[in-house]
Design a protein. Structure first.
Length: 177
């Protein structure tokens, strides 16, 4: 079967354990290794934040867009964050409908969907009806809505058993960012 005949998958990575974005970025690495066109769009993380995955993506030719306002639990303006999420979703739709990519990762979209910041039926319509057939979509974030998980081809829930942060260990380069 040629790559053009492949039917793209919708993969949802959710749960309260560590590893949702890391798993998605691992898939981006795999796809880039096969010369696939990959785009990552981050909903919550701030563009000014320097991370190892962004640096690696630049070296590998992975298109990367960090468009959020920062972590929402620190936000002084949730209305601004909601509007930012809606603008990011419009950007996502343009990328999805462009047919320019083999894989698009929508990092933290599950969270903004669960908070009601995006219209879930409209997002599902784009994913199920408008998405080009060969495009793989990877959606990450806690609390993925049940309807999104039902629409997905693959769903993985990360379960936190233990996390170093609970013992006061700060985030570490190469592990958390």
């Amino acid at each position: 079967m040629s790559d053009r005949q492949i039917i793209g998958r919708i993969v949802v990575l959710t749960g309260h354990g560590k590893g949702k974005s890391s798993s998605a970025f691992g898939m981006a690495l795999r796809a880039a290794g096969w010369d696939k066109r990959v785009c990552v769009i981050q909903f919550i993380k701030k563009a000014s934040r320097k991370t190892g995955e962004i640096q690696a993506a630049q070296r590998l030719g992975i298109e990367w867009h960090t468009l959020g306002d920062g972590f929402t639990w620190d936000s002084p303006d949730l209305e601004r964050d909601k509007a930012t999420s809606r603008r990011i979703w419009q950007f996502c739709q343009e990328k999805i409908l462009s047919a320019a990519y083999d894989m698009i990762i929508l990092d933290e979209i599950n969270a903004v969907l669960s908070w009601g910041w995006l219209d879930l039926p409209a997002v599902l319509h784009c994913l199920q009806v408008e998405k080009p057939a060969p495009l793989h979509l990877i959606l990450t974030g806690r609390d993925a809505p049940a309807e999104l998980m039902a629409a997905a081809d693959t769903v993985t829930e990360m379960v936190e058993v233990k996390h170093a942060f609970q013992q006061g260990v700060r985030a570490c380069k190469g592990i958390e960012f």
